[in-house]
Write a protein that binds this ligand. Structure first.
Ligand code: ATP
Length: 195
């Protein structure tokens, strides 16, 4: 099975992904895959520079993700342009990684940890979708204490993300992560057993 693991900022995707890895899944971190398409002089890098100019290139020739982020955060047209460039490339990288795992003989479950699986229209790549959710105040408390984020930063991120109600519509399984880690682990193990 290829499981798409998604959820909003701070919902607990990475923690759940880590638990699934311990249970034997191969977990693909799509954020990491995404970083590869920004590597200097790659096809992605060239297309981004073509579209956004050399202003978004840092001194060491990497893409200045903060600058690019600020640009696309403020303007939906820019956001669409960037997504149009990077999403197909990220899909290709993911398919390549899945094929490489299978070629290497891995027959277990593969988990695609993908924060924007639904937004990026990647749901067709997976066999089932697991959505991690937690109440907003719980997420805020975790991010303030664990990542030193401010409530304003958290709100800004949440406001551009899909809402949980929409994510739930796509879910084959909803993992409620409102309690402690032991409770979460029990839920993840039950989900794993059900596969
Ligand atoms: P992002 O999309 O921002 O990367 P995420 O969905 O991957 O977030 P995590 O990084 O897994 O979220 O979790 C957010 C924070 O909350 C982390 O610091 C994590 O340790 C903590 N956390 C997650 N679940 C629990 C829990 N059940 N109990 C306590 N802390 C938790």
């Amino acid at each position: 099975m290829i499981i798409g693991l998604t959820g909003g900022i701070g919902s607990g995707k990475s923690v759940v992904g880590g638990m699934l890895r311990e249970l034997g899944a191969h977990v693909i971190d799509t954020d990491k895959v995404g970083h590869r398409v920004y590597e200097p002089d790659s096809e992605g890098w060239r297309k981004i520079v073509e579209a956004f100019g050399t202003d978004v290139v840092a001194e060491d020739r990497t893409i200045d993700r903060k600058k690019l982020g600020a640009l696309v955060f403020a303007d939906e047209t820019h956001r669409k342009t960037l997504n149009g460039i990077v999403h197909p490339m990220i899909f290709q990288e993911i398919l390549g990684e899945i094929a490489a795992q299978r070629d290497a003989g891995f027959q277990g479950h593969i988990v695609l940890e993908a924060p924007i699986l639904v937004e990026a229209k990647g749901t067709g790549m997976v066999d089932c979708i697991w959505v991690v959710v937690a109440p907003r105040p719980v997420i805020e408390a975790r991010l303030v204490s664990d990542r030193a984020m401010t409530p304003a930063e958290i709100a800004a991120r949440m406001n551009v993300q899909l809402d949980d109600a929409t994510r739930r519509e796509h879910a084959d399984l909803v993992i409620e992560n409102s309690a402690d880690l032991a409770t979460l682990r029990a839920k993840v193990e039950a989900a794993w057993q059900s596969l």
